[in-house]
Design a protein around this ligand. Sequence first.
Ligand code: ATP
Ligand code: MG
Length: 362
Amino acid sequence: MSLMGTTRDQDGRAPALELAGVTKIYGGQPPVPALRGVSFTVRHGELVAIVGPSGSGKTTLLHVMGTLERPTDGLLRIDGVDAAGLDDRQLAALRARSIGFVFQQFFLAEHSTAVENVANGLLYAGVEVGERRRRAADALDRVGLAHRRDFRPTKMSGGERQRVAIARALVGRPAIVLADEPTGNLDSATGASILDLLRELNAEGATIIMITHDGDLAARLLRQLHVLDGRIISDTDSGSPADSGAPAGSDASGGSGVPAGSGAPAGSGVPAGSGVPAGSGVPAGSGVPAGSGVPAGSGVPAGSGVPAGSGVPGGSGVPAGSGAPGGSGAPGGSGAPGGSGAPGGSGAPRGSGALGGLGEVE
Ligand SMILES: Nc1ncnc2c1ncn2[C@@H]1O[C@H](COP(=O)(O)OP(=O)(O)OP(=O)(O)O)[C@@H](O)[C@H]1O
Ligand SMILES: [Mg+2]
């Protein structure tokens, strides 16, 4: 297998996600190394919890996995396809087809009804409007909110809003669901019902990666990745060759669950443990290049299904004045603070390559 070759599941399928030596440094004074050499693999059909203290890099990791933020360095493959080889439109298409997001703050459009919010999840999937609404209604039914279809988020409880956000993430039947604290701020009964819902979806085949602060909840899942200070410090996946994360001083491409041969790209080896030196030359605005594919001012993170004006993560086309979740982004129009890579409305992260060869992920 070549150094850059993807690893395969036993059935010959490429993993849903592969990260090798992924670093993310937010620019600014001083630069913030949010991810310091993260490597792991998620197979199709897994249900994985990401746990770790506040500020440890969980949301950043989720955004990188979802291609909403570009890594500063390292390799990201989605279903065997190197995300760096895709241009913005291709990434947007990949997100629209394959990835559903549940954001840390729900990012529902307040002026739109539940069904409209969910239907927006199909905006980039090339589905005509009537069909979007039908599917949205089905998805709301699925999360137990048929009776709230025509309610606006402002008239809904936190748990109901969270379920709308989940319905929006699911309406396109994505192969991969990335959920940032989907049970955060919910009472334990509602949180448990959200978890049950995610498990059901997982049982139907979706690969689900869920950030949670809730240790009890995480303990109910088969696999937990523990994040601390931008590193994976443990991975309970018994199927991975290593589960101890990247200890200080270790090579970033090894030791945290990426099978040998998956190969971090040359130059990706920011040594975990060395941290990334302050002032290490991350170019200003490196997170999102000029000329990314989403029309300036559209304010829509192509493919993420989040409507304009509702707010999206940094690096993904943040609409003006929208704010950004988890402190990870910049309000649109402000450009990137200190080069953190989140110019408003600039759309999807980098890439320049061919979508050709990207198989259907579903
Ligand atoms: N856009 C940004 N610019 C600069 N620093 C950022 C940005 N986004 C996040 N950070 C920093 O990166 C680190 C990781 O942030 P991240 O949001 O990933 O943490 P988290 O583990 O999700 O925390 P929480 O549990 O509080 O949501 C933090 O130190 C944070 O301050
Ligand atoms: Mg977070």
